[in-house]
Write a protein of this length. Structure first.
Length: 287
């Protein structure tokens, strides 16, 4: 019974590397996804995921499928879009969400155009959907480093970040940390999207951040509980998605996100906190 679950990871090193890479993304990126959810910025994460595409595409043109070049290009493009959208929102009548939407659509179109005109369809698929089964040791070091930096940074800004989620106006009135916290958090979002891009591609990277966080909302109330539940769901979805991909010959990135989607559907239906079945649970407890 256990052989179909253990054998792929025990026999093939690429499956072990894929699992470790997904665990690193889950540990680093999913807590960021929880705060995106709490700040009502879930779609902002999706926009930022697409915004890194032109930078990664330029890195690809310069150095091919180079981990360093594509990472630096993605970071520059993501931070540029984040800063430009914030600047436009502050100096014009356009709201930040509309400004970000415009920039991300332009970035997405530019990135696809660059890759499709200078590369092959295989290269375009690699950039858009990632190659989690092709992660090497350098990629694992990068993903683990991003996860470590993210956890330390979140621990450092945790209190002002939580306060900004609850009452940003109050934080601005009592502390000068609001702006620093906001831009540090955006930097963490970009970093984790760039890391997830190498494994899951620009179209799927945000999925491992947002879908487990959304599912965890139906299982926990406290922020600590949300983070733990989201990370557990992300890791379990990654392992199950890799197994589904291995046994049925499906693309690994979409398989991982679809498994997380199934968990979200179950959580939405049966979770004890705010789900469709939650009133039934409360009725039985009160009875």
């Amino acid at each position: 019974m256990w052989e179909p679950l253990i054998q792929p990871f025990a026999e093939f090193s690429f499956m072990r590397r894929a699992m470790m890479g997904c665990i690193a993304i889950s540990v680093g990126g999913t807590p960021v996804g929880v705060f995106l959810l709490l700040r009502r910025m879930s779609l902002t994460g999706d926009a930022m995921a697409h915004a890194i595409l032109p930078g990664a595409a330029v890195g690809f043109l310069v150095a091919g499928l180079s981990l360093g070049a594509m990472t630096v290009g993605g970071l520059i493009a993501g931070m540029a879009v984040a800063l430009l959208s914030g600047f436009v929102a502050r100096v014009t009548a356009l709201r930040e969400d509309a400004s970000l939407a415009a920039f991300y659509l332009i970035s997405l179109a530019l990135g696809v155009l660059i890759v499709s005109t200078r590369g092959s369809n295989v290269d375009l698929m690699h950039v858009l959907f990632g190659t989690v089964l092709a992660l090497d040791n350098a990629a694992l070091i990068l993903l683990s480093s991003i996860a470590s930096i993210t956890l330390f940074a979140l621990a450092f800004i945790f209190r002002p970040l939580v306060l900004e989620c609850a009452d940003p106006q109050f934080l601005r009135s009592v502390s000068g940390l609001s702006t620093i916290t906001h831009f540090t958090f955006l930097a963490l979002v970009v970093m984790n999207l760039v890391g997830g891009f190498h494994a899951l591609g620009t179209l799927m990277a945000v999925g491992i951040m947002i879908v487990p966080a959304a599912a965890a909302r139906f299982w926990a109330v406290s922020i600590g509980g949300l983070i733990l539940a989201a990370v557990a769901i992300a890791i379990a979805s990654s392992v199950c998605g890799l197994l589904v991909s291995y046994h049925f010959g499906l693309p690994s990135g979409p398989a991982i996100i679809l498994v997380a989607g199934i968990v979200y559907g179950v959580s939405l239906t049966l979770g004890p906190v705010g789900s469709l079945a939650a009133p039934v649970f409360r009725h039985r407890v009160n009875a």
